[in-house]
Structures are given as C-alpha cells and as structure tokens.
Design a protein around this ligand. Structure first.
Ligand code: ATP
Ligand code: MG
Length: 268
C-alpha cells in the first residue's frame, strides 16, 4: 500500500472487538503531520479506544495502523516502546504524582528516557514550564495549584521529550468550560510553536472548531464524517448537526467518567 508522506498516522480498516461486540467497526483515518486533528463523538463511540490503539496500548482485531511509516498493529512491545518515544500523551485527570514537585513531575520522562545531566534537565523543565505559562512553579506541590494549572503541568510533561506528536484525551475534563477552552487553545498554540502534530479528543465544541485543522466525528465505532471545522459545521448529516448543536436527545455529556476508562487501561 502507498502511504501519503503528509500523514503521520494512517489507519486502514481498524476493527476492535471486545468479546463479540465491535467497538471500532472499520475505521479509516488519516492524521496530517504538523496539524491539529480533533476527534469528537458521543460518549462510548470509541474515541479513547481509538487513541489507545494508536499509542499501542491495545492491539486491533483487524486492520493496519501506520505511524511514521511503520505498521504498529502487530508490533512487539520492544519496538512499540521505540515508536512511543515519538509521542507525548496527556490522559484524563492530569495524572501528576502528588508526592513530587511540579518540576520533578515534568522532569520524569527526561530522567526515565534520557541520560541528560541534572543541570540540563533543570533547564529543559524551566523552558517547558515557561511554554505553558507556569514560569517559576518548579517547587510547588500539585496540591498547591488549581486543576487548570495541573493540566498545564501535565502538558509540560507531555512535551518534555520534544515529541513529534501529542495525544490528548479530553484535556478539559473536570474543568469549567472557560478553563477547558483555554487549555485547548494552549494545546493549539504549542503545536504551532513547536510544529508538533496534535490529536485532541474534546467535547468543548467552540474551542474544537477554533483549533481544529481537521475534525473527525465518530459514531458507533465508525468515522461518520471528516472535514474542516467549516465543513463539519455545515454538514447535512442530521446526527452531526444534533451532535454539534448539543441537543439533549443526543445525550452527549460534557465530561466522561474516567472509571471505565482507567479500569480498561489497567486491564491491558
Ligand atoms: N477493555 C474493554 N473491554 C470491553 N469493553 C470495552 C473496553 N474498553 C472499552 N470498551 C467499550 O468500548 C466502548 C467505547 O469506549 P470508549 O472508552 O472508547 O468510548 P469514548 O468514545 O472514549 O467515550 P467517552 O466520551 O465517554 O470517553 C464502550 O462501550 C466501552 O464500554
Ligand atoms: Mg473516552
């Protein structure tokens, strides 16, 4: 098959069945390099499951997942770890270590994955914190800062290793809509500044349309529609319209519960 060099990720015919139920039901998706792709869709449509396939936490039942020219679908863990070094990830609920300072949280991937001396790590941490608007917060403990600031720290940690691509699963979950939109905007600004590919799952419709170069609407494990924000907003598909207008019969919540998700993560 031929891969388009403009795409950093190409997914072909991705199917994931849990028992007999197809949670992802034939996904074809292209993620353009250096752009912000926003994935939206109702609760339970498979957004997190899709992300977890791309980062190699789940293996597909069928299909191919090409990342930077390599099919990771059947890849061994050792090779997958090498591929994973190219990404940063920001899971729900910032997942900071509460017993560590802000600075040590950001330094963690650098200490784990590089042999850089402490002095250099200290400088990188300072720069990353500056990028997310938290200059001088190194010695704060997570309990001393707000939820929105914790998200920023998690963001600084996600970009600590200068990844080519960063995945964000509902970066605004648990934050008020204004703070959530600010986080989305920060993600977008960072992507531009650092020229990284961003893949964002978000329910914040306004910011999604503002930051997205490409919008993907998932529905029941399938890609329902793909387009620019403008194209999606003008979609003729009634489900897409219902979804973006947030009409109640869509029953689409602002925030997801993390329990099932975290439980799933632990099971893999
Ligand atoms: N490990 C698993 N075993 C069985 N079913 C699973 C597993 N992981 C996910 N599912 C199911 O797959 C479906 C999609 O889940 P997923 O977490 O991807 O949804 P989502 O689109 O991220 O939803 P939300 O917006 O609520 O986060 C759900 O019905 C979920 O119960
Ligand atoms: Mg989810």
């Amino acid at each position: 098959m031929s891969l388009n060099p403009e795409n950093i990720v190409e997914i072909k015919g991705l199917v994931k069945r849990f028992d007999d139920r197809a949670v992802l039901d034939g996904i074809d998706l292209e993620i353009p390099a250096g752009k912000t792709t926003v994935i939206m869709g109702g609760s339970g449509c498979g957004k997190s499951t899709l992300l977890r396939h791309i980062i190699g936490l789940l293996k597909p039942t069928e299909g191919e997942i090409w990342i930077d020219g390599e099919n990771v679908a059947g890849m061994k863990e050792k090779d997958m770890n090498r591929v994973r070094r190219k990404f940063g990830m920001l899971f729900q609920g910032s997942a900071l270590f509460n017993s560590m300072t802000v600075g040590d949280n950001v330094a963690l991937p650098l200490r784990e994955h590089t042999d850089l001396p402490n002095e250099i790590i200290r400088i990188i941490v300072k720069v990353k914190l500056e990028l997310v608007g938290l200059t001088g917060f190194e010695s704060f403990m997570p309990y001393q800062i707000s939820g929105g600031m914790k998200k920023r720290v998690a963001l600084a940690r996600a970009i600590a290793l200068d990844p080519k691509m960063v995945f964000y699963d509902e970066p605004g979950a648990g934050l008020d809509p204004i703070t959530a939109s600010m986080i989305d905007q920060l993600i977008h600004d960072l992507s531009r500044k650092l020229k990284i590919t961003s893949v964002v799952v978000t329910h914040e419709m306004k910011s999604a349309f503002r930051i997205a170069d490409k919008v993907v609407i998932l529905h029941k494990g399938k890609v329902l529609e793909v387009g620019t924000a403008h194209e999606i907003q003008n979609s003729k598909n009634p489900y897409v319209q219902q979804f973006i207008k947030g009409e109640p019969e869509g029953a689409i919540p602002f925030y997801q519960t993390s329990d099932a998700y975290l439980k799933g993560l632990l099971e893999t």
